[in-house]
Design a binder for this molecule. Structure first.
Ligand SMILES: Cc1cc2nc3c(=O)[nH]c(=O)nc-3n(C[C@H](O)[C@H](O)[C@H](O)COP(=O)(O)O)c2cc1C
Length: 246
């Protein structure tokens, strides 16, 4: 609460609040996130546990919101938030416009990174992997599960393109509604899902003494040769894991 009040105060440009003075209480030492707390050493299982807790935490209004970072053809990074709509042992799925800036980046370089931050839990998950388009069939299935207004909205918006005004979108939306009539099915626009298959998943938990916990899982060609039982450990299903200094 104190933190929120401080942030609010700051947003009113109060001269006495400085960003450098903001201190949020994190986990106590007795709640450290330890390797022993991970019963199955597969990051998808850990992610599922953490997500389940985030889903049960009422203060977290959108537990599936995550920052997605991409890199353009000329090597420039950018990021934006997306809603992760599926998290399975295959990876993490989000939906977007296939003509958007992020889609152009992914076409040029499919390596992406995703970060979740669940502030009330003082936890973050950081993912790196390769994005691929899901099948048109699966995109269509999800598209038609969305409220009709959202389907029309997606069809009306040339995401990431310059548009002349807000009213331009209203006009395009009205045109689509007129064409489809009250109940016409909205055809799938240039829109769909990406599945991010991770090769790195890191779990971060904030500790009040700033000795935060970081446990990183990796998989991929040759990583198992790094296992030394001291810093790098064997996990399950081809994953290795290691603790990183905060
Ligand atoms: C919480 C939140 C969730 C969002 N979810 C999505 C999403 O799932 N898909 C999407 O295309 N844009 C989503 N957006 C909008 C994007 O952040 C971004 O504005 C848009 O995708 C265009 O990004 P781009 O020009 O880099 O492609 C979301 C924004 C916020 C703040």
């Amino acid at each position: 609460m104190k933190f929120l009040q401080a942030v609010r105060k700051m947003s009113q440009s109060s001269p006495e609040v400085h960003l450098s003075a903001l201190r949020l209480k994190y986990h106590d030492r007795k709640d450290a996130f330890l390797e022993d707390n991970i019963s199955v050493k597969n990051p998808f299982c850990v992610f599922r546990d953490w997500l389940d807790l985030a889903l049960k935490t009422p203060e977290i209004l959108e537990p599936n919101a995550a920052a997605l970072a991409t890199v353009s053809a000329d090597g420039k990074p950018s990021n934006r938030f997306v809603l992760v709509k599926d998290a399975t042992a295959d990876g993490f799925t989000f939906f977007t416009n296939y003509g958007s800036r992020k889609a152009a980046d992914i076409a040029a370089n499919p390596n992406v990174a995703i970060s979740f931050y669940w502030l009330p839990l003082r936890r973050s998950v950081r993912i790196e992997g390769v994005a691929e388009k899901i099948s048109r069939e699966d995109s269509l299935k999800y598209f038609h599960q969305r409220p009709r207004a959202s389907q029309i909205g997606a069809a009306a918006s040339p995401q990431s393109q310059q548009i002349p005004s807000r009213s331009y979108l209203d006009e395009v939306e009205a045109g689509i509604k007129e064409k489809l009539g009250a109940n016409g099915e909205v055809p799938l626009p240039n829109w769909g899902g990406y599945l991010v298959r991770p090769d790195l998943i890191e779990f971060w938990q904030g500790q009040t003494d700033r000795l935060h916990d970081r446990i990183r899982f990796r998989r991929g060609a040759g990583v198992e040769s790094e296992i030394d039982g001291k810093h790098v450990h064997k996990g399950e299903d081809g994953w290795i894991y290691e603790r990183l200094a905060p």
